[in-house]
Design a binder for this molecule. Structure first.
Ligand code: ZN
Length: 216
């Protein structure tokens, strides 16, 4: 019996396996060449997050699709903290729904082309905390997947979205307060104008990044 075809088949299958595992790793992590802290796909570490990455759809304020597909990458320590927040919310019967996470700078330029207005979009040459992989846009959903009342939709640009706007129903104020309290406990800071946006406290540790994730 000639063993060569069998050997060739084993090598072929092994190569396929290696190739497959390499591409899986490449999708789980994005590695900056100039920084040791990887960007990790949060859902690869914890599958209980709900994803509604709006810039991967036309359901966002630009009405244009900005990402080829919706993914939530964050710097690894930021992802770990978000997972701790998710554990706290799960104990209360809620889960985090993610609207946006790391935003590659090429996409920031695309956004700026559509909306060149610094009130709504960070100047891409300055960059935003999203471009560092240190910010998340999120809300909470209940056990049935229904969003908790937060008073406005995501990316509603008006004073009703502000953290200090209090002319809202009591349950809305309570939901916003709960979101803020748990996020702050895990080292995230709110910003004044957007109830859905939180920055990791130490985000300046991370550079702006141009890496774009693979959709394959
Ligand atoms: Zn944001």
């Amino acid at each position: 019996m000639n063993r060569k075809p069998l050997t060739a088949a084993i090598i072929f299958i092994f190569t396929l396996w290696l190739g497959g595992s390499t591409s899986t790793l490449a999708q789980q992590y994005l590695q900056d060449s100039d920084n040791g802290v990887r960007l990790v796909d949060v859902t690869s570490l914890d599958s209980t997050f709900v994803l509604d990455i709006r810039y991967a759809t036309t359901n966002n304020f630009t009405e244009k699709q900005m990402y080829d597909c919706g993914k939530c990458y964050l710097r690894e320590p930021v992802a770990e903290l978000l997972i701790q927040a998710q554990e706290d919310f799960r104990e209360m019967g809620y889960r985090i729904k993610l609207f946006d996470c790391y935003r590659p700078r090429p996409i920031q330029y695309k956004l700026w082309e559509v909306v060149p207005d610094a009130r709504y979009v960070a100047r891409p040459w300055v960059g935003s905390v999203h471009n560092r992989g240190g910010a998340v846009d999120l809300t909470l959903v209940d056990e049935n997947g229904n969003e908790l009342e937060m008073g406005t939709d995501y990316d509603f640009f008006g004073e009703e979205s502000h953290q200090d706007f209090t002319d809202l129903p009591e349950n809305v104020l309570e939901n916003r307060a709960l979101l803020k309290k748990v996020m702050q406990k895990h080292s995230f800071s709110p910003i004044r104008t957007e109830w859905w946006h939180f920055d990791y406290n130490q985000n300046k540790l991370y550079p702006l990044s141009d890496l774009v994730w693979d959709c394959n």
